[in-house]
Design a protein. Structure first.
Length: 581
């Protein structure tokens, strides 16, 4: 008895059989329905995603005896001949073995004659990119003036190797990798038809091995069926395909998430006894925690994860109580362990330590919640009142934003020295706040206040000024540096804009001011940074400072000590009073 491999036995025979390429079949259907069928098609995409199958279905659709149709009958003699590959009017040519110009010449001679039985002569050239340049040139002549009774269908995995002259004469269809759940459901259909007992999990392992290719997935399934017969166990599939048994990975995740240290160590022992690589197991855990985190964060992952619905459901349940932050901390521990395993001689120990750490990890608590807890403890008298601790009613370390608001305000001293017409909003507590030492003695603050004033009146112009360099800012002169080729240079060189700036500068500084715009080849070394550069520098500095403040804050330190925790992230709380700069 001859055995027909699954990929051939279950080759799609209609567009509706074609899995994962709905965009292709829909477009082809529309073209056939609308009677606008191109004379040359190019099917591109990875191997085993349905290009050749589609070419045959299209050939049947064009030649079916029941008429030009999107659903070929698959029963007439023409359809059957095409399925069997012996139609006299459909020529399947392998570009890899018929690369020469002679082959194409023969094809051109053949083209002259009308089809013997069908509507069209159809040439399917597989791996068309393998043709030689001469063969392409010969083909091109035919493509330029194709006889009406001829259709070409080219298929290739490497469209970039097909000359543009050919590409431009074809209607192109890009076939996608097939999503894992789609492959699994097709495999499910096939094994049910074949009467094979196998779990969805095992099918997912098979499909993952196929990596988006239906043909490769079916070949793997052939291999599994040859080994296991009609009853396939998950363990057999895992052993045969050399993947770590998924149960073991799931149990590993479960034991650390349920804080079961003994269980976690037992899993490592099992991994060892099965002879799996510790590092590979760790990588599988990483991939699993990634999936759990994504599911936790987005709910329905859709195409983000290559997981079947059953697997997604299981992982969601597993993630249950853990927060996204906790999952990220688990991931961080695993990633660190994986990196260490690459060099260390005792991977089992590293994995054990990592899993123990994960299983005993205390949940992350937002600092607001911690502070609230401390607050209630204090009010309840359970904690001794500390004279040095500030009242926790102000939840964030206050001094930080106030001190750092200073550079945003027009600083008092330098502005006062200049003849300012319209005084900017005087900072209320400016005297009390130590102004940050300004690095811009050349007049950065004069510049800053001027840009603010321009922005208030002409937002677009002011916005442009934030991106340019104050090369020289002095009484009566404003020299502005713009990068060569920048949008700002074009804009500010416009005489109308210069006049506008002149009058704004005179209004702001109270003296007639000359405006000079210079083109710069790069950021100048001797001028102050642009305001937007300055702002991002200040932001970075402010964040670093906030973190220091938070770490040194007595309340936070107390919380860290009390709960034996660590600071994972410093967030700014929305400011209450109008301290906004
Ligand atoms: Zn037919």
């Amino acid at each position: 008895m001859s055995y027909l491999v699954l990929a051939r036995k279950w080759r799609p025979q209609t567009f509706s059989d074609l899995v994962g390429q709905e965009h292709v079949s829909q477009t082809l259907k529309n073209a056939i329905d609308g009677g606008r069928v191109a004379h040359a098609f190019l099917f591109t995409g990875a191997r085993g995603v349905g290009k050749t199958s589609s070419a045959r279905i299209l050939a049947k659709a064009l030649n079916c005896e029941s008429g030009l149709t999107v659903e070929p009958c698959n029963t007439c003699s023409t359809c059957l001949e095409i399925t069997d590959g012996n139609s006299v009017d459909v020529f399947e040519i392998d570009g890899a073995s018929n690369t020469g110009v002679d082959d194409i010449r023969e094809l051109r001679d053949n083209i002259k004659y009308l089809p013997s039985r069908s509507r069209y002569k159809i040439f399917i050239i597989d791996e068309v990119h393998m043709l030689t340049t001469n063969a392409f040139n010969a083909l091109l002549k035919t493509l330029e003036e194709p006889p009406p009774h001829v259709k070409f269908i080219f298929a290739t995995t490497e469209p970039h190797k097909v000359p543009i002259t050919i590409l431009s004469r074809c209607q192109r269809f890009d076939f996608k990798r097939i999503a894992l759940p789609r492959i699994v459901s097709r495999l499910r259909f096939i094994v049910d038809q074949e009467g094979v007992q196998v779990s969805d999990e095992a099918l997912a392992v098979v499909a993952r091995k196929g990596d988006g290719s239906m043909r490769d997935s079916l070949s793997t399934l052939d291999q599994v069926l040859a080994f296991c017969g009609n009853s396939v166990s998950d363990e057999d599939v895992a052993a045969l395909l050399g993947v770590v048994d998924r149960r073991l990975i799931m149990d590993g995740c479960r034991s650390v998430l349920e804080a079961d240290v003994k269980g976690a160590l037992g899993i490592v022992a099992q991994v060892d006894s099965f002879g799996y690589s510790m590092r590979q197991f760790c990588q599988e855990l990483i991939s699993q925690f990634r999936s759990i985190s994504i599911l936790k964060a987005v709910g329905d992952a859709g195409d983000l994860l290559e997981l079947s619905d059953a697997e997604q459901g299981e992982l969601k349940a597993l993630g249950g109580q853990a927060s996204v932050q906790d999952l990220q901390r688990h991931l961080a521990i695993l990633l660190k362990a994986e990196a260490e395993m690459a060099h260390a001689g005792f991977p089992r120990l590293i994995l054990e330590m990592a899993l123990m750490k994960m299983a005993t990890l205390a949940p992350a608590i937002p600092v607001q919640e911690l502070l609230a807890r401390l607050d209630s403890l204090e009010k309840g008298g359970a904690l001794p009142q500390r004279s040095d601790a500030p009242r926790p009613s102000a939840p964030a370390p206050r001094p930080a934003p106030q001190q750092h608001a200073a550079p945003h305000r027009p600083a008092a001293a330098p502005v006062a020295a200049a003849p300012v017409a319209a005084a900017p909003q005087a900072p209320a507590a400016a005297a009390a706040v130590q102004p940050a030492p300004s690095a811009f003695v050349s007049g950065g603050d004069l510049w800053g206040s001027f840009v603010q004033a321009v922005k208030a009146k002409k937002p677009m112009l002011g916005g442009a000024l934030e991106e340019v360099y104050p090369v020289r800012v002095a009484q009566g002169v404003l020299e502005i540096g713009c990068l060569q080729g920048s949008f700002q240079l074009t804009r500010l060189q416009d005489p109308e804009q210069i006049n506008e700036l002149k009058s704004l500068a005179q209004g702001h500084f109270g003296v007639p001011t000359q405006i000079k715009v210079v083109a710069l080849n790069g950021p100048p070394t001797d001028a102050a940074p642009t305001l937007s550069e300055k702002k991002s520098l200040e932001d970075a500095e402010r964040r670093a400072h906030l973190r220091r403040e938070a770490e040194e804050h007595p309340l936070v330190a107390a919380a860290v000590e009390l709960f034996d925790g660590e600071i994972s992230e410093v967030q700014e709380l929305p400011q209450k009073e109008g301290a906004k700069s």
